[in-house]
Design a binder for this molecule. Structure first.
Ligand code: NAP
Length: 297
């Protein structure tokens, strides 16, 4: 059986069209959602992520306050800027692009962000609320995965979902979201990592496999049961002399072979990636609605 492709671009496009209409409606009520973006240093990948996020804001009609700081920016200066954005009424959400240069403390920086403007959902206050099932800003990539599943008509409830990867930004929050007592949760979720014995034993039982390991071919066809849904979060560069850049992007899944066994599968690029920025826009609009008292916080 050849699996059907889950088109992340198309689903993200649909969500963005809905958000754009919502932003236009908010504008008529005098509310303009605003995102404060901070990029420290000139890492090319981070620069291109930030540019894509700002472009997406512009397309949506979301105001963005772009702050690009030199690589030698001090912790004090960065915290000061976050403090300014925390109290700026035009800003509903703050995004500090990670990773930060080595001399800066990421945990201290994330703690400095007002939890009500924590669009990435990385502040311990939002992490705690997510774990206990309270309303919180949900981290963008895991939430994007959940939306992809829901909008593709995949039943999460009652499913056996195996996550490969236990990072704070993907695996752990995703596991927490999928076990919540709600229709977008109610799954049974083992989380695998490099110390997991016999990874294939776990993945072979999965109705849904979510790969977030950061290595090509972590999931091969022999590790997947017939008809499983396979979501590939991984983004890896592999050398490719036929490409102008000298590399191409692949996920963690052996896509060509696994798609013959899966019922549904996400490609890389064009799967989870487009959802991440979309969920950032979603959180910014949600934050603006909370600040304006349109929805409860
Ligand atoms: P990370 O912090 O490096 O974590 C990787 C996790 O995978 C770790 O828990 C690691 O286990 C586990 N792992 C690695 N190799 C494994 C293997 N062979 N078997 C089982 N577990 C294995 O990575 P991350 O930040 O979560 O990102 C994961 C991938 O997703 C990366 O490719 C990243 O680029 C991509 N990503 C994509 C998006 C997007 O928007 N599309 C967003 C975020 C991340 P240990 O804990 O034991 O080391």
């Amino acid at each position: 059986m050849a699996g059907k492709i889950i088109d992340g671009k198309q689903i993200a496009g649909q969500m963005r069209a809905e958000l754009k209409a919502e932003v236009a409606k908010l504008k008529r009520q005098g509310v303009v959602p605003g995102l404060g973006v901070i990029l420290v240093g000139d890492d090319p990948a981070s620069k291109s992520y930030v540019t894509a996020k700002e472009r997406a804001c512009e397309e949506m009609g979301i105001y963005s306050d772009d702050n690009r700081l030199p690589a030698d920016t001090s912790q004090e200066h960065l915290i000061g800027l976050i403090g300014r954005l925390n109290t700026d009424p035009k800003i509903n959400s703050i995004l500090v692009q990670l990773p930060l240069p080595k001399h800066l403390s990421e945990s201290e920086v994330l703690l400095a962000i007002n939890p009500d403007k924590d669009v990435d959902g990385f502040h311990p206050m939002n992490v705690g609320k997510m774990v206990t099932g309270e309303k919180a800003f949900l981290p963008c990539t895991p939430n994007g995965v959940v939306q992809l599943l829901l909008r593709s008509g995949i039943k999460i409830e009652g499913s056996y979902v195996v996550i490969v990867g236990r990072s704070n930004i993907v695996g752990k929050p995703l596991a927490n979201m999928l076990i919540q007592k709600s229709p977008s949760g109610n799954a049974t979720v083992p989380v695998c990592h490099t110390r997991t014995k016999d990874l294939a034993r776990h993945t072979k039982q999965a109705d849904i496999i979510i790969a977030a390991a950061g290595h090509p071919n972590t999931i091969t066809a022999d590790m997947v049961k017939d008809g499983a849904v396979v979501i590939d979060v991984g983004v890896n560069r592999v050398e490719d002399s036929t490409k102008k850049a000298g590399y191409r992007l692949v996920g963690d899944v052996d896509f060509e072979r696994v798609k013959e066994k899966a019922s549904l599968i996400t490609p890389v690029p064009g799967g989870v990636g487009p959802m991440t920025i979309t969920m950032l826009l979603y959180n910014t609009v949600e934050s603006a609605k909370r600040a304006a008292g349109i929805v409860a916080g």
